[in-house]
Design a protein around this ligand. Structure first.
Ligand code: FES
Ligand code: FES
Length: 170
């Protein structure tokens, strides 16, 4: 069968088997290997991508079901060579050890910050509760997300101050 979907802003069409999972479609058909496949039981969450803006475990979605939808993967976090604050946070706060869980963690926590720009540690832990870090780096993951949230809030405040200054001058 043929499937067409938008992946990271581009329309893609491929011939696939009806039983193909989205995680394998992304990795094997589109070479987007940032999305990892870590279990057979839908438990680990390393395969999380966005579908229409919502984080989903791509091992629980058939590629055919993603037809006509908008999929975003970890490869889309960096824009024009600029890392997303979530990526910077993981880098600065050592939010990864082996890095296997990292793509899924970043996609989930990016979605969290988009909905809730100032999450508590408890809310961050709840957001990633469906995901497993085999290196048990949860404390640094939470710290990484908190840093990203702070950075974004700071950037927003600076932008607002600049805007107010410009308005005052004009
Ligand atoms: S590969 Fe999807 S939850 Fe583990
Ligand atoms: S950093 Fe190794 S699994 Fe999370």
């Amino acid at each position: 069968m043929q499937v067409t979907m938008t992946v990271n802003g581009e329309s893609v069409t491929r011939e696939i088997e009806a039983r193909l999972l989205l995680v394998h479609f992304l990795r094997d058909h589109l070479a987007l290997t940032g999305t990892h496949w870590g279990c057979d039981t839908s438990n680990c969450g390393t395969c999380v991508v966005w579908m229409d803006g919502e984080p989903v475990k791509s091992c629980t979605v058939l590629a055919a079901m993603a037809g006509g939808h908008d999929v975003r993967t970890v490869e889309d976090l960096e824009r024009d060579g600029v890392l997303d604050p979530i990526q910077e946070g993981f880098m600065a706060c050592h939010g990864l050890q082996c890095g296997f869980c990292t793509p899924g963690m970043m996609m989930t926590t990016r979605a969290l910050l988009d909905r809730n720009p100032d999450p508590s540690d408890g809310e961050i832990r709840e957001a990633i509760s469906g995901q497993i870090c085999r290196c048990t780096g949860y404390a640094t993951i939470v710290r990484s997300v908190r840093r990203a949230a702070q950075q974004e809030q700071q950037a927003q405040q600076e932008q607002q101050a600049q805007q107010e200054q410009q308005e005052a001058v004009s």
